[in-house]
Design a protein around this ligand. Structure first.
Ligand SMILES: C[S@@+](CC[C@H](N)C(=O)[O-])C[C@H]1O[C@@H](n2cnc3c(N)ncnc32)[C@H](O)[C@@H]1O
Length: 421
């Protein structure tokens, strides 16, 4: 494309105000669970966070929490930013498998009404009872008091035992800073100017068709929004990441602080995020028509400790996992199971590897290898659409066409993102 045929779509703005950061909101709100489907170009990553092994790992921790604390009430588990609803489905299935289904109620909450409607329309939680095993809530994480049920009644978010934030921090506002060249204690902020071949402002904008120019400007905290001012003292001059930047995840800090206030005394928060491995030289990745920024979990841990709460943070190949506890005694009582399930092993990594291995088998002569991998997969993922498809492929390879068709039909019944139909 000719540079001179481009027009300015948006003039210089801070990272968090720029279209790059703001475009995702409309995308999630308009497109509902379609954004997770691989039929729509690059989907929003969801296979790992939404997998049964991921949900099962967390249920194991919650079961230990129940055994240890013997709470009397039903435990409220808030799936904040529930997206496609597949995590909640797997969480409920895992709770049923671990015999704690009657002890939990999962609150699926999202600011995308479309996603919530999709979950209902597709009857994705049909094995479970609405308002007993689960509830659908319309919620903006920056306005916890405004939470309502899908039919519009106010819902008081309180007494939460567990809050799950799967890939949520990466869509909350942040600003990108770097130390100033002439002083260790002052910063510069990243700004973008957006160019594109767009004729009218009403035209829908596709992130991949935009050209981004960047520049660094002096960062004066007095001119920034209230949330940036509120958490500014957490920043440590000179403490940059491997690309020499500081991701000031102020939106994640604000949402975490808000959610902590809705936990009951023994409640805790679980976060799953994408790691910022050294191969990534950027502050964000584009998925669908949205971005996911890398997140500064160190900053959030610092906030947690400054407030006398405790945390456990661990990382495997695909996810960073963080647990934040209101009551330090609860971390102590769960430490053994957390080490076992999240630190010393990772069902999500194993699941991802098995998916990869199964997808590269091509030969009908590799039946034994296929069976070995399939059995491993089924031992950690008995219910997903992917696992039924893997069974169908195996039976196909063994020329057992009736069984293959049976499995294929089962897969289609739970192919809520319609990736396989
Ligand atoms: C990257 S997706 C993750 C979805 C799901 N948790 C998963 O792991 O697949 C982010 C989700 O957060 C929701 N979301 C983003 N900002 C939100 C906000 N301020 N309040 C509530 N939901 C929000 C989006 O609608 C979307 O469903």
């Amino acid at each position: 494309m000719q540079e001179d045929s481009l027009n300015v779509v948006q003039d210089w703005l801070d990272y968090d105000q720029s279209l790059i950061s703001t475009i995702g909101e409309k995308y999630y709100k308009n497109n509902g669970i379609e954004v997770y489907s691989n039929k729509q170009g690059t989907p929003i990553p969801n296979e790992i966070t939404n997998s049964y092994p991921h949900a099962y790992s967390l249920v194991k921790v919650l079961k230990e929490f129940i055994n240890h604390n013997n709470p009397e009430d039903t435990l409220k588990v808030l799936d904040a930013g529930s997206g496609s609803g597949i995590f909640a489905r797997h969480f409920l299935l895992a709770a049923r498998d671990e015999n704690i289904l009657d002890r939990v109620e999962v609150l699926l909450a999202d600011y995308s009404k479309t996603a919530l409607e999709n979950i209902k329309k597709k009857n994705m939680l049909k094995e479970f009872v609405e308002n007993k095993n689960y509830k659908l809530l319309h919620l903006d994480l920056f306005n916890l008091d405004g939470c309502t049920t899908v039919t519009g009644e106010n819902y008081k978010l309180e007494n939460l035992s567990l809050v799950v934030l799967n890939y949520i921090y990466d869509v909350l506002p942040m600003i990108v800073l770097r130390p100033s060249i002439d002083s260790e204690t002052t910063y510069e902020k990243l700004q973008f100017k957006i160019l594109g071949n767009i004729e009218s402002q009403s035209q829908s904008i596709n992130l991949n068709s935009l050209f981004i120019e960047d520049r660094w400007q002096a960062y004066n905290i007095e001119e920034q929004n209230d949330l940036q001012k509120k958490y500014y003292s957490l920043l440590e001059p000179g403490k940059t990441n491997h690309i020499g930047q500081i991701f000031y995840s102020y939106g994640s800090l604000a949402v975490t602080e808000g959610l902590i206030s809705r936990l009951n005394e023994d409640g805790f928060i679980y976060v799953a995020e994408m790691p910022h491995h050294s191969v990534y030289k950027t502050c964000f990745q584009v998925y669908g028509n949205s971005i996911a920024h890398f997140v500064n979990l160190d900053l959030i841990s610092k906030f947690i400790h400054n407030n006398n709460l405790s945390s456990l943070v661990t990382q495997d190949a695909l996810l960073q996992h963080a647990f934040y506890f209101r009551n330090p005694k609860i971390l102590k009582s769960l430490d053994e199971i957390l080490q076992k399930v999240f630190v010393d092993s990772s069902l999500t990594d194993l699941y991802a590897d098995l998916r990869q291995c199964l997808s590269v088998i091509i030969s009908p002569h590799s039946k034994e290898l296929n069976k070995f991998l399939l059995d491993k997969l089924l031992s950690i993922d008995p219910y997903s659409c992917f696992s039924y498809m893997a069974r169908a492929n195996y039976h196909q390879r063994c020329k057992e066409s009736q069984l293959a068709e049976e499995m294929y039909n089962k897969a289609l019944k739970i192919d809520y993102l319609n990736d396989f139909s």
